[in-house]
Write a protein that binds this ligand. Structure first.
Ligand code: ST9
Ligand code: ZN
Ligand code: ZN
Length: 328
């Protein structure tokens, strides 16, 4: 593919000269070229190559499934669930949104689970996520869905960040994050923790406990599990910003997407989440399939969670009537 073709795919810009959609005023032409200058972000080939290798490894892993021990498959799924909780209950609902409080042992578990997810350290993940909420669907949004499905899904990891992401991000306060010693420790020891949690432990357990080959356990519990968990997370940025209804706010892009919610253990109710980001359940309580909420509620019963925030029913109803698309 030509360089221009590749960068169009990442930009999601399908306008063609002479297609009758040219800008009509000098002002908008100037604005557009300003935007394009900001978007000229060279492709980071290292990331493209690593992601291509990872995804090829994941496709190869599929052929190992019939040859693997049943316990290895169950283990790979358990690792997927822990990985997912490290992102949903950890980086997302606890550290990005502060939607509940967690005691030290739970924070340590969530940080270890987050290293298993290998999605950047908690500080960096939350920094990008807070900028995403504050500036959704603009150039300051790290995975701006306005630039198309591919960019929002994976393309944003293949280019340097738009300068607006960094400029606008610098104006936000992240001091609470590094004040948490667990977040700070994970950032300092991030590489070692990823090697251990994302690759070594998932691979060694099946080999040690039920004699699985190191080859099978590496490809199934590390490579395949990691690749699936990345894509499921990215679907929240891509599919759940494009497909689904908007019962809470029809003026924003994020949508309710049931399929994404099933994969992402309760994180696909994205119209609700962007409308009430402080809500620890990221969905209306009681109505939805939301394993992350069940986990947080269980930790609450164990005394490891306090101060779960939830939007009151009347507030939700009033908002639905005022800005919802009346779909449910
Ligand atoms: C990955 C992340 O996959 C996935 C996120 C998914 C999010 C989903 C959200 C949905 C919510 C619900 C959760 C559902 C989950 C379901 C789970 C189910 C399983 N503000 O970044 P740099 C500054 S990662 C302020 O290098 P470049 C800062 O000074 C995958 N400032 O920019 C920074 O320096 P430092 C694995 C900011 O050079 C400096 O700029 N990882 C901000 O443009 C440079 O930052 C990879 O593939 C900000 N927001 O490079 C690696 N940002 O950090 C990917 C930056 O030292 N990353 N600054 O303070 C990279 O290689 C690079 O970041 C890059 C951009 C090439 C993309
Ligand atoms: Zn969020
Ligand atoms: Zn979003």
């Amino acid at each position: 593919m030509s360089k221009q073709g590749a960068s169009n795919m990442i930009d999601g810009d399908s306008k063609m000269p002479g297609d009758g959609r040219e800008e009509s005023s000098l002002g908008s032409i100037a604005e557009r070229s300003e935007r394009e200058v900001g978007r000229k972000q060279g492709i980071v080939w290292r990331n493209v190559i690593l992601m291509a290798l990872l995804h090829s490894g994941a496709v190869y892993s599929l052929f190992l499934i019939p040859k693997a021990h049943l316990f290895t498959l169950i283990w790979a799924y358990l690792c997927f669930l822990v990985t997912a909780l490290g992102v949903t209950a950890g980086a997302h609902r606890l550290w990005s949104h502060r939607s509940y409080k967690a005691k030290l042992p739970l924070r340590i578990f969530l940080a270890a689970a987050n290293s298993m997810a290998f999605q950047n350290d908690i500080f960096e993940w939350c920094r990008d996520h807070r900028v995403h909420h504050k500036h959704s669907e603009t150039d300051a949004d790290p995975h701006n869905a306005g630039r198309g499905f591919f960019f929002a899904h994976i393309g944003w990891l293949f280019v340097r960040k738009h300068r607006d992401v960094i400029e606008k991000g610098r104006k936000l306060d992240f001091s609470d994050l590094l004040e948490d010693p667990v977040v700070s420790f994970q950032r300092t020891h991030y590489k070692a923790s990823v090697v251990l949690m994302c690759f070594v432990i998932p691979t060694l357990v099946p080999w040690y406990f039920w004699g699985e080959s190191l080859w099978n356990s590496y490809f199934l519990a590390s490579i395949l599990r990691y690749t699936v968990s990345l894509n499921v997370s990215w679907l929240v940025n891509s599919a759940a910003h494009m497909y689904g209804n908007r019962p809470y706010d029809k003026n924003i892009n994020p949508r309710q997407n049931t399929l994404v919610s099933i994969g992402a253990i309760g994180e696909g109710f994205h119209n609700y989440h962007h409308t009430f980001p402080f809500d620890y359940s990221a969905s209306e309580l009681g109505l939805k399939f939301n394993p992350t909420t069940w986990f947080i509620d269980f930790m609450y019963l164990l005394g490891l969670v306090t101060e779960r925030k939830h939007a009151p029913r009347e507030m939700i109803q009033a908002r639905k009537e005022r800005t919802g698309d009346r779909s449910s």
